[in-house]
Design a protein. Structure first.
Length: 218
C-alpha cells in the first residue's frame, strides 16, 4: 500500500508542477509507430527532423514506406542516428505488417494488449519500451511505458532495487494504478519531464525537484 500511495502522490506532484504534457506529438498512429522506432538511442529533436524528412517526401504511410528503397529511407532518417540500422528496423516492421495484416494498423491494434505486445516483440528491432510506446500512444491501450528516466527516478526514491527488470518495473505501475490509457500516457510523459529537468543522470537538482519531499537515496 505504501508504494501505491507514493506512486499516486508522485503523479499528483508532477502534474501540479508541470501540467499536462500533450505527448505523443504525432498526427496519426502510424507516425507514432515510426517515431517510436526512430527514437531508440537518440533524443526527440533528432527524431522530429527525420519525421519531417519523411513527411516532405510524402512517405509517412505504410504503403509508401513499403515501396520505399531501403537506401533512400536510410538517407531520409539520418538525423535520428544509427540510420542504417533503424531503416532496417522500420522496413522489418512494415514488411511484417503487410505479411500479417495487409499493411493495416487497425487490424493489428484490434488485438487485446497481451497478444498485441507479444506480436510486436516478435518483430526484429522492437524491444519492450518500443512495443509499449506503440501500444499506449498509437493503439491507445493501457500498457505502461518504462524508460531510463522511470528507472532512475524510482531507484533514487528507493521504490525499486538496482536489479529490477523492465517487466518488474512495468508491473509495479500497472499493479498500483487503474488501467487508464490517459493516466499512463500522462504519467510516463511527466516522468520523462522531471527526469530531463531535475533527476539528471549526473548532478541531479534534488533540492529544486517537485519530488524532493519523497524519500530518496541521492
Amino acid at each position: 500500500m505504501y508504494t501505491v500511495k507514493v506512486l499516486k502522490e508522485t503523479y499528483q506532484k508532477l502534474l501540479s508542477h508541470f501540467d499536462k504534457q500533450h505527448w505523443w506529438p504525432a498526427r496519426t498512429p502510424f507516425e507514432v509507430v515510426i517515431g517510436a522506432i526512430l527514437t531508440q538511442n537518440t533524443n526527440w529533436s533528432n527524431v522530429e527532423k527525420a519525421i519531417n524528412n519523411l513527411k516532405t517526401e510524402g512517405l509517412l504511410t505504410p504503403e509508401k514506406l513499403y515501396r520505399c528503397e531501403l537506401s533512400h529511407l536510410a538517407n531520409l532518417i539520418k538525423p535520428s542516428g544509427y540510420f542504417n540500422i533503424k531503416a532496417k528496423r522500420v522496413k522489418s516492421f512494415i514488411n511484417w505488417l503487410f505479411e500479417n495484416y495487409d499493411g493495416k494498423l487497425e487490424s493489428l491494434f484490434d488485438k487485446e494488449i497481451t497478444a498485441l505486445r507479444e506480436e510486436l516483440l516478435s518483430v526484429r528491432g522492437i524491444g519492450h519500451e518500443t512495443a509499449d510506446s506503440i501500444i499506449l500512444y498509437a493503439a491507445k491501450k493501457p500498457s505502461f511505458v518504462v524508460d531510463a528516466y522511470t528507472y532512475r527516478i524510482m531507484f533514487r526514491h528507493q521504490l525499486i532495487a538496482e536489479d529490477t527488470t523492465y517487466d518488474e518495473l512495468k508491473a509495479l505501475f500497472e499493479d498500483s494504478l487503474e488501467p487508464d490509457t490517459k493516466l499512463f500516457n500522462e504519467y510516463h510523459a511527466l516522468l520523462v519531464k522531471v527526469g530531463k529537468t531535475y533527476c539528471k543522470k549526473k548532478n541531479p537538482l534534488c533540492s529544486q525537484c517537485p519530488l524532493n519531499s519523497l524519500p530518496h537515496s541521492v
